[in-house]
Structures are given as C-alpha cells and as structure tokens.
Design a protein around this ligand. Structure first.
Ligand code: GLY
Length: 353
C-alpha cells in the first residue's frame, strides 16, 4: 500500500485545487452528509475545482453507514456517468470517509478519492490509514477494503464550530495515540484545563498524533501486527458503546473509548504491571472531562458477551492490545472472563460507581 500524504492546511480550498491539479480526471464528485453539505461544503466556496462537481448527499450519522446509503452513492456515480478516470472528494466525519472510501474503491473496480475530514475524530483516525467500509448485519465495519485515499487534507476551519463533546470524542483517540507511542507525546496531552485549549495548540497536538498513526500504518498497513495497537481501549470501549445503545442513551464513540482505555489499562496493570500512578492520572483527566459511564455488576455478562463477539477473538478468552508502560505495547494478549470482570470491578472502584 502506498504512503498516503496527510496535509495540514490553513487554506482548504487552495489545497484541494492544488492536489486535484496533480491528476487528470473527467468528472469530480463530492460526497457529503446532510450536515456537512450545509455547514462544510460552503467553506469550499473559493475552490475552483469544487465549483464544478456533482453532489452526492447522504443522511448523517453512523446508523446510515449502511448498504442502502452505499447503493445510493453508487447510483449517483453510475447515473452521473462516472468512469474509472473520475475522482471523488469525501467531505465529512468518519461515516462519510469510511463509506465514501468504500464506494470509490469498489465503483468500476476503483476510482481515486481524497478525504477531507470535518471532525477531530475523523482527522485523527477514520480518514487516515486506508480503512474503508460500512456496517452490515448489525456489525460495525463488517464489509470493507483497505484502500488509502490519494491524500487526506486536514484543516481546522471545520473544527471551529465543533461542540466540546465532539472535540473530546476525537481527543480520546489522541490520548490513545499518546499511550501507544511515548511518554513525550502522551504527557503533553494531559493538559490541566481542556476547556481553555485553543485551536492552535489543539492543531499542534493533532499533527503529532496523526504522525503516530501514519507511522504505524506505514509499517503495518493491513493490520497483521503493530496496527493492532490502535485497538487499545476499543474492545471494552465498543462494549460500552453497545450497552449505551441498548439503554437508548448513546454515547459518542470517543467517550466510550476514553472509558475503555481506563479498563484496558487496568487489565494491563493486572497482566503486565502497567504503573498504577499512570492509571490514576488518566482517570482523573477522564473523570474531569468525560465524566463516567455508569455500570453495575449486572451489566458484566452483557459487556463480556459483546467482547467475545468481537471479530478479533478466537476463543472464549478475549483478545486485547495491552501496555506494559506508556509506549510499550503488547499486542495479541488474552484475558479470561474472570480477569475482565476483575478489571470492571476496579473501574467501578476508581470512578466510585
Ligand atoms: N481505527 C484504527 C485503525 O485505523 O486501524
């Protein structure tokens, strides 16, 4: 898989035009969801290339990252006489870049595309690294391919209007990147007052965080080994996300990851001796900024069942990426049901639940 350029830009219209000028294409399509069509697309007003595109607009949010939305994108491409020489821009959060990347990768066996993430979560994770796909049969990202965008263009112009919740959701993935990379990167992220974090500082931290992911993807694009480190916090985080949906009180993905990180660091402590003071420090940051996700022992069976359904597991033990310390990653670790329940007990102790 070729290296995917990730470009940070102050002038998104100019950067899009510059990238597109490197390609010959017959037609340009731009995929947005209803929200990014309304809020983000008008910010590309100065782009000459974008003044002459065919629009594809889909419904917003992860529940629409499905086969119906995918079919609707293929239909516009087909009706719009897209060819293999056509080009697509995915402008949106992770849902748009995942689904758009998959639509582009499969239409006529693949047309080229770029990602322009409009959320912090998209910029730090989904848009970068070539994973594309849709949810299917009740399972997240069940169908998809690895196929990187020609480029990812990141501009903070889209972040200015994001809510604190959306910023924190993306920030959880940045914390994860810090934990798996080095104490240097990680410590900078534990800022005392998140609500006063200015956009320039956020961008500086984001750039460093994206580099962590770029490096991992470059070494292991198809997730055979070290890319699994990016799953830290996600096995339990996804189970929390499912529980929140079951309770009909959905939480943002990054929030579930933040709480999942604490549980998986507790498992890391139990199985690999990850230092307790580091867990206390992160728990305080997460409690202050994300609050807590309330669980009782009555939820354990459901949470465990969700973890064992995770596609990464080969037996009743659950597969995790764990840490010996910040920056010291151990992939392919397994934990028993008893160990997982003990970690959930400790999580409840830490957060006084
Ligand atoms: N979101 C994790 C990865 O890209 O591998």
């Amino acid at each position: 898989m070729s290296k995917q350029p990730v470009i940070f830009t102050q002038n998104i219209s100019e950067s899009i035009d510059k990238i597109l000028s490197c390609y010959t294409y017959d037609k340009l399509f731009i995929l947005t969801d209803r929200n990014t069509f309304r809020d983000a697309f008008p910010l590309l007003v100065d782009s000459k290339s974008c003044s002459n595109t065919q629009q594809i607009v889909i419904e917003a949010d992860d529940t629409h990252k499905n086969i119906e939305a995918l079919t609707s994108v293929w239909k516009v491409l087909s009706d719009g006489h897209a060819t293999r020489r056509s080009f697509m821009i995915n402008l949106g959060g992770g849902m748009v870049t995942d689904l758009g990347g998959f639509a582009a990768s499969t239409f006529k066996r693949g047309i080229r595309y770029i990602n322009v993430p409009t959320t912090l979560l998209g910029a730090v994770d989904a848009a970068v690294g070539g994973k594309t796909g849709i949810n299917f049969n009740g399972l997240k990202n069940e169908i998809g391919v690895f196929n990187p965008a020609e480029a990812v263009l990141i501009s903070s112009i889209f972040f200015k209007t994001l809510s604190r919740e959306h910023l924190l959701s993306g920030y959880a993935e940045m914390l994860k990147h810090g934990l798996i990379s080095s104490i240097d990167v990680y410590d900078k992220l534990l800022i005392p007052d998140f609500s006063h974090l200015d956009l320039d500082k956020l961008l500086e931290l984001l750039e460093e965080s994206v580099k962590v992911k770029e490096h991992i993807v470059e070494v292991d694009p198809f997730e055979k080994n070290i890319r699994k480190s990016l799953n830290l916090g996600h096995t339990i985080g996804h189970a929390f996300e499912s529980l929140s949906l079951k309770r009909q009180l959905p939480v943002q993905h990054g929030y579930a990851v933040a709480w999942g990180l604490i549980c998986e660091l507790l498992l890391s402590h139990m199985l690999l001796g990850f230092p307790v003071n580091r867990i206390r420090q992160l728990s305080a940051f997460i409690a202050d900024n994300y609050g807590t996700f309330s669980i009782s022992c009555n939820d354990y069976d459901y949470l465990y069942e969700r973890m064992t359904h995770d596609k990464k597991n080969e037996s009743d033990n659950v597969n995790f990426t764990l840490l010996k310390n910040v920056g010291i990653v151990e992939i392919n670790q397994t934990a028993t049901k008893k160990e997982i329940y003990a970690a959930l007990d400790l999580y409840r102790d830490i957060f006084h639940l």
